[in-house]
Design a protein around this ligand. Structure first.
Ligand code: TRP
Length: 436
């Protein structure tokens, strides 16, 4: 079984070493595991909630995309896209908004924190709080539920949002049938949070960050400014609580870390530690930095990569949203109306076949077409890239039965399914596509 991982990165800042160690590096590594399908996206709609500087949002989008690609993310092996390229996301946000209790959103930590701050300052509780901030968890739930993610790797501060997404999915499923997968947060327990220049957690909000791709000389200066205690050269030093040591550990191999631990005990001078830490970080980052510089010079290429990613993501989102619209009653009138109002007699699956894409242990990309009852109708052979698989699906969706002939070599026979059945299923998809 494939496990789908999904996470979003808000496009408001420049990636720093803490982001690399805590999120980019583990996510890129995870995307290479077998049996995993990864969705990583630039959450630029979320960025609008806290940033009103258009140039900054655009620049951050470029920098974050380039950073992930420079760190080795293979855009053809994962779903890598920009949230605002998927118009189905805000549409799903509305469907979820309508099944979400206002009280649930009142309890969101971020919203409550904003209110508490206002109250403490003697202002109206909602002073300066946008409806966007209030709705933040619903938009995030749409991101997650759209792609039926199983696991959402996030920091602790985001766990409540994943729980809310589960609540929304469960409410919707209860009302309209089982459409959504209930996601789970995956908290990065053992991933070190990196200390920043002042020893507190490296974070934009503390203004203590080291930009991931700072030029070598700037990196040297920043590392030199990391806090230490005042122990003199020759005096033994504590690794416990030493920001320099923790940062070194995040980049070095275990033996190297042990060597530095011994050097601390022997009284290495802080100046020397800083030199070691700087060189070690630079050794890891220099090749990535070179790739990053090249990518940043060619924004059009990044744009094309993101567009291609969005196209593949929409191959999932568009038919899924069609199913959801049908489920809630946003239907073509030409399809005939149900006799009764109120809940459907059998709340449940929209009566449409659907395509499922997945990756097998052989590293190839497959898809299948299943009936609304879950019966296998069409089974593809392995494709080398998800893009190729997506294109075959698009061809089937657009052309219907004739594409079955054209692509005949890409299918393996399914026992007990006739070609007419498959053709009828494709026809049903085309019909609803035209009507909605
Ligand atoms: N809210 C997340 C953050 O600030 C970013 C985000 C947006 C996200 N949508 C998501 C994370 C969906 C995980 C899943 O870190």
């Amino acid at each position: 079984m494939t496990t789908r991982f999904l996470t979003g990165i808000t496009t408001t800042g420049t990636p720093h070493l803490g982001n690399f160690v805590g999120s980019i590096r583990p996510a890129v590594a995870a995307s290479r595991e077998p049996g995993v399908q990864s969705f990583y996206f630039l959450a630029d709609y979320h960025a609008l909630i806290k940033c009103e500087d258009p140039a900054r949002i655009q620049r951050s989008t470029l920098e974050i995309a380039a950073s992930w690609l420079a760190a080795g993310l293979e855009p053809a092996q994962v779903f890598f896209y920009r949230q605002s390229d998927i118009p189905e996301i805000p549409e799903l946000t509305w469907l979820l908004t309508c099944v979400t209790g206002k009280g649930l959103l009142n309890r969101a930590h971020a919203y409550k924190a904003a209110q508490d701050k206002n109250t403490a300052a003697g202002r109206d509780a909602d002073d300066g709080v946008s409806a966007g901030l209030f709705m933040y968890p619903v938009l995030m739930a749409a991101d997650i539920l759209m792609f039926k993610a199983h696991k959402v790797p996030v920091g602790r501060d985001q766990v409540q949002h994943i729980e809310m997404a589960r609540d929304m999915a469960a409410s919707f499923n209860h009302l309209y049938g089982e459409h959504f997968v209930l996601p789970e947060a995956q908290i990065e327990e053992h991933v070190a949070t990196l200390p920043g220049l002042d020893g507190r957690k490296m974070s934009k909000s503390y203004d203590n960050t080291i930009p991931l791709f700072a030029p070598r000389e700037q990196l040297r200066k920043l590392v030199a400014s990391i806090v230490t205690d005042s122990r003199a050269p020759g005096e033994p030093k504590e690794v416990e609580g030493s920001a320099l040591f923790q940062i070194y550990q995040a980049f070095a191999r275990p033996q190297e870390t042990e060597a530095l631990r011994a050097a601390y005990a022997q009284g290495i001078a802080w100046g020397e530690v800083k030199q070691l830490v700087f060189e070690r970080i630079d050794q890891t980052l220099a090749p990535l930095r070179a790739r990053y510089e090249a990518l940043i010079q060619d924004p059009a290429r990044i744009e094309a990569t993101l567009r291609a990613g969005a196209e593949r993501a929409r191959a999932i989102a568009t038919p899924f949203l069609r199913e959801l619209r049908h489920a809630v009653g946003l239907r073509s009138l030409a399809q005939g109306t149900a006799q009764q109002t109120g809940k459907p007699a059998k709340p449940g699956k929209a009566a449409l076949p659907s395509f499922k894409q997945y990756r097998e242990a052989d590293g190839k990309f497959y898809f299948k077409l299943v009936s609304p009852q879950g019966r296998l109708l069409l089974q593809s052979t392995g494709f080398d890239s998800p893009r190729a698989a997506g294109q075959a699906i698009a061809q089937l969706q657009q052309q219907g039965a004739p594409a079955l002939q054209a692509l005949a070599a890409q299918f393996t026979p399914v026992a007990g399914v006739t070609e007419d059945e498959v053709a009828a299923a494709l026809q049903a998809l085309q019909d609803t596509a035209q009507q909605t």
